[in-house]
Design a protein around this ligand. Structure first.
Ligand SMILES: NC(=O)c1ccc[n+]([C@@H]2O[C@H](COP(=O)([O-])OP(=O)(O)OC[C@H]3O[C@@H](n4cnc5c(N)ncnc54)[C@H](OP(=O)(O)O)[C@@H]3O)[C@@H](O)[C@H]2O)c1
Length: 216
């Protein structure tokens, strides 16, 4: 799913060229919450069933603008958090009824700690991570697995305008390989690449009085 039908058609053609037998897509603005049930019903009926659902939409908010524009801040939070929670709730119901399946959600390392430079995005991702933790425990006994995927910097459209330390930026292909690995091993939380687990361990352990004096 995405908003741009032309972009989705290009993506579908690329997947077909790489050997995918069945590709369906739907152009929709996920902020229109009422469309979520029919979008998922469409996916289930097109595919017959769903073994793995990957929730991967998102936007990187303009943090300084969000600090003065409450509508923008709420919109960004909504897309990154409440839209995801709505999709998770619907998917979990369907998969729990089936008694199997994996729900994979891309959150972010940004959700591990609220940093002054991106706490609108970070708090939305943190909300999804905590939601996933509870949901995972609820649907575990029903045979459904929930994996929370936390990437660091990835070279995509989202980050192309940012100046990032190149050593820390992963390629989408490397991220995809690790996500597949994590899904196959039924990981609960997956840092991508793995070294972010160590970086975030250190960041999470910075005492709050020190952390608030740092401009991260
Ligand atoms: N890139 C990074 O460094 C990084 C790091 C950590 C986590 N992440 C997370 O990884 C996931 C994938 O992001 P990405 O890096 O691949 O970014 P991206 O290239 O900008 O992709 C974001 C996707 O979200 C879709 N989207 C945005 N707003 C939407 C809306 N209102 N309705 C429907 N679809 C919408 C976009 O589709 P359209 O624009 O065509 O609608 C696009 O397909 C996101 O959850 C992001 O937060 C990324």
């Amino acid at each position: 799913m995405g908003r741009d039908a032309e972009k989705l058609e290009c993506l579908a053609n690329d997947l077909r060229a790489r050997g995918a037998q069945e590709v369906s897509y739907r152009a929709t603005d996920l902020l229109e919450f009422d469309t979520h049930p029919s979008a998922l019903e469409g996916a289930f009926s097109a595919l017959g069933t769903i073994d793995v659902a990957l929730i991967a939409h998102g936007t990187l908010p303009n943090q300084p603008k969000c600090e003065t524009d409450t509508r923008l801040a709420v919109r960004e939070f909504s897309l990154n958090a409440t839209v995801t929670i709505s999709l998770l709730t619907l998917l979990a119901q369907e998969m729990a009824d089936l008694g199997r399946g994996t729900i994979a959600v891309i959150t972010s390392v940004a959700g591990d700690r609220g940093r002054p430079s991106n706490y609108v995005y970070g708090s939305a991702k943190a909300a999804v991570s905590v939601f996933c933790e509870g949901l995972r425990a609820r649907v575990f006994a029903k045979g459904v697995h929930v994996i929370d995927i936390r990437p660091g910097f990835v070279d995509t459209q989202m980050t192309r305008h940012l100046e990032l330390p190149s050593l820390l930026v992963a390629s989408p292909a490397a991220v995809a390989r690790r996500i597949i690995w994590g899904i196959r091993r039924r990981k609960d939380v997956l840092y991508v690449p793995y070294f972010w687990a160590f970086i975030l361990f250190l960041i999470r352990n910075i005492p709050a009085p020190v952390f608030k004096r740092m401009s991260l």
